[in-house]
Design a protein around this ligand. Structure first.
Ligand code: AR6
Length: 182
């Protein structure tokens, strides 16, 4: 585990479904109705209540699906976290389809939603770097920049946690993010 940005950013390995933060972020897809990877793990661990709220949001607010870069909030169900913030990262098509900006938006809008719910702590998985194929090194630089700017501009979420599922992903992030230990 490493800390950055005056202790406000924690970078670690682990299973995000076990994080005891006010909210955790789900790397969902536009359907909001579940999938594999971290999405599957969150729905499995959190239970049916999360799915039911996602379905309601889908039916009432996003009949065409949640666009990439946007974020919505549900209960955390049986998870330790009070809320799950579902965001959709971009699918990587090579870098010329606005993927960088969409990834930054997914992080920014998740932080915004967490702030609206007065969350003091928020944990993120490595959005888009699994099935969606976003290069990990490039994602690391973007994520570090978004979080640095968020903290510098006085964002209400006091503690941000980046949870990497494997040691290799963790190491790549630390080597690529450009963040300096205090
Ligand atoms: N805790 C933390 N990180 C995890 C966990 C976990 N329990 N499980 C997986 N990861 P992915 P994406 C990591 O593929 O690329 C889903 O089917 C994983 O190792 O889950 O945004 C959705 O429904 C990787 O580093 O998300 C969408 O269809 C990271 O989480 C699609 O995948 C993200 O991998 C979204 O693809």
């Amino acid at each position: 585990m490493e800390m950055f940005l005056g202790g406000r950013l924690t970078v670690k390995t682990g299973d995000i479904t076990r994080e005891d933060a006010d909210a955790i972020v789900n790397a969902a897809n536009s359907s909001l109705l579940g999938g594999g990877g971290v999405d599957g793990a969150i729905h499995n661990a959190g239970g049916r209540e999360i799915y039911n709220e996602c379905k309601h949001i889908r039916d009432t607010e996003y009949p065409e699906g949640l666009p990439a870069g946007e974020a919505v909030v549900t209960t955390g169900g049986r998870l330790p976290a009070k809320y799950v913030i579902h965001t959709v990262g971009p699918v990587w098509y090579g870098g010329n389809r606005n993927e960088d900006e969409l990834l930054a938006n997914a992080y920014r809008n998740s932080l915004k939603r967490a702030g609206e719910k007065k969350c003091a702590s928020l944990a993120f998985p490595a959005i888009s770097t699994g099935v969606y194929g976003f290069p990990r090194e490039r994602a690391a630089r973007i994520v570090a920049e978004v979080i640095t700017n968020y903290i510098d501009s006085g964002g209400v979420v006091k503690k941000i946690i980046l949870v990497f599922f494997g040691n290799d992903d963790y190491r790549v992030f630390l080597e690529s993010s450009g963040l300096q230990s205090p």
